[in-house]
Write a protein that binds this ligand. Structure first.
Ligand code: GRG
Length: 336
């Protein structure tokens, strides 16, 4: 049986050719910007191998197999999820003015904001087109799942933006935002192959439950890496989430903690002007002292356990269950 690293790489291989064909439907400018963002080539069109981790396509391919279907169903589901994911990343980088992603210059920084917005729109449109063309009687249901998940992704992003100007964000609001921003598309990815394979509702819902908890565990790990991750591994600048004053879960926990460290963090975080490198390191220490890191790690672990329980409750082939479980462990013990 393959290990999970192989299954991520294997799903990238399975979707690469149809992904390239899908991009060929676009006008040359938009195609170039999309392929650059997706890591297929560099700004001059020279081939590169810098694609994302491929978590969502792997989940979608596994979910089709869990329902007894093959790649003719799994690949359109995988492509749709990866395209929506990258649509959101392209627009997110514009909104956050981020200049680096996956160790490369972001698409908007390379080609300009209008080109990056259009590239995101194009990926979204391709996702719907590919799903609608899938050889399945339930393509319309799959489209509805993707539409609903995209709406939640947008709601999560809107909340995230709203939090930027608020000093009173609660932990409950912050967890809901993470669930919408990351959990919704993970749930969709983990169940879309089954939906497209016309699986029983019980199976599709169980897989979505797994994806929801996995997405939350993943986002909480991401929040930890955003403060304490090694920039050489994450591809993001050091202390990036604190530098941009993000209201991530560890930060919100610390701000609401009613501790001396939380009070000092508030005075730093809500002070106008940029934080110095020394202040950023101090802020990271304050989040940790106030218990934000420990709480987030424990909650991530709880979400992982719930994800595993959701898979174990399903009647699916053992090798597929094993792949889901191995992927869940791998994502929760990652450094990038
Ligand atoms: C355009 C659909 C759409 C929505 C607009 C911009 C936006 C609203 C939402 C952004 C949501 C967002 C950026 C969520 C973050 C999710 C996340 C943890 C991304 C990182 O996922 P990885 O690590 O990425 O799987 P790779 O690089 O491996 O593909």
């Amino acid at each position: 049986m393959s290990t999970t690293i192989d299954s991520l790489a294997d799903s990238q291989r399975r979707i690469e050719v149809p992904l390239r064909s899908a991009l060929d439907r676009l006008d040359p400018h938009t195609r170039h910007c999309c392929g650059y963002h997706l890591g297929l080539w560099d700004p001059d069109g020279v081939p590169t191998g810098s694609m994302g981790k491929g978590i969502r396509p792997t989940l979608a391919l596994l979910s089709a197999r869990a329902a007894g279907a093959g790649d003719e169903i799994g690949v359109p589901a995988a492509l749709a999820c990866e395209l929506i994911h990258n649509f959101s990343l392209l627009h997110d980088d514009v909104m956050d003015h981020d200049t680096e992603r996956r160790h490369r210059t972001t698409a908007w920084a390379q080609f300009g904001i209008p080109a990056a917005i259009l590239a995101g729109d194009a990926l979204c449109s391709l996702a719907s087109e590919l799903l609608a063309e899938a050889p399945s009687s339930t393509a319309i249901w799959a489209l509805r799942c993707v539409g609903a998940s995209t709406r939640r992704l947008i709601a999560g992003q809107a909340a995230d933006l709203d939090f930027e100007t608020r000093e009173d964000v609660s932990l409950v609001e912050c967890l809901k935002m993470a669930d919408d921003k990351t959990g919704a598309l993970m749930a969709c990815s983990a169940s879309l192959g089954a939906v497209l394979a016309d699986a029983p509702a019980e199976l599709a819902l169980g897989l979505a439950d797994f994806g929801t908890h996995l997405g939350m565990a993943f986002q909480l790990s991401d929040d930890i890496l955003g403060i304490w991750g090694n920039p050489e591994r994450t591809g993001k600048p050091v202390l990036s989430d604190l530098r941009s004053r993000k209201k991530s879960v560890p930060v919100v926990y610390a701000l609401q903690s009613d501790t001396d460290a939380g009070t000092r963090l508030k005075s730093l975080y809500f002070r106008p002007g940029e934080l110095s490198e020394t202040e950023l390191s101090e802020a990271a220490e304050l989040v940790e002292t106030a218990g934000g890191r420990e709480w987030t790690e424990q909650r991530a672990d709880r979400e992982l356990q719930e994800a595993l329980a959701a898979i174990e409750a399903l009647t699916i082939p053992a090798p597929i269950a094993h792949e889901f479980i191995a992927l869940a462990y791998q994502l929760n013990h990652r450094d990038h």
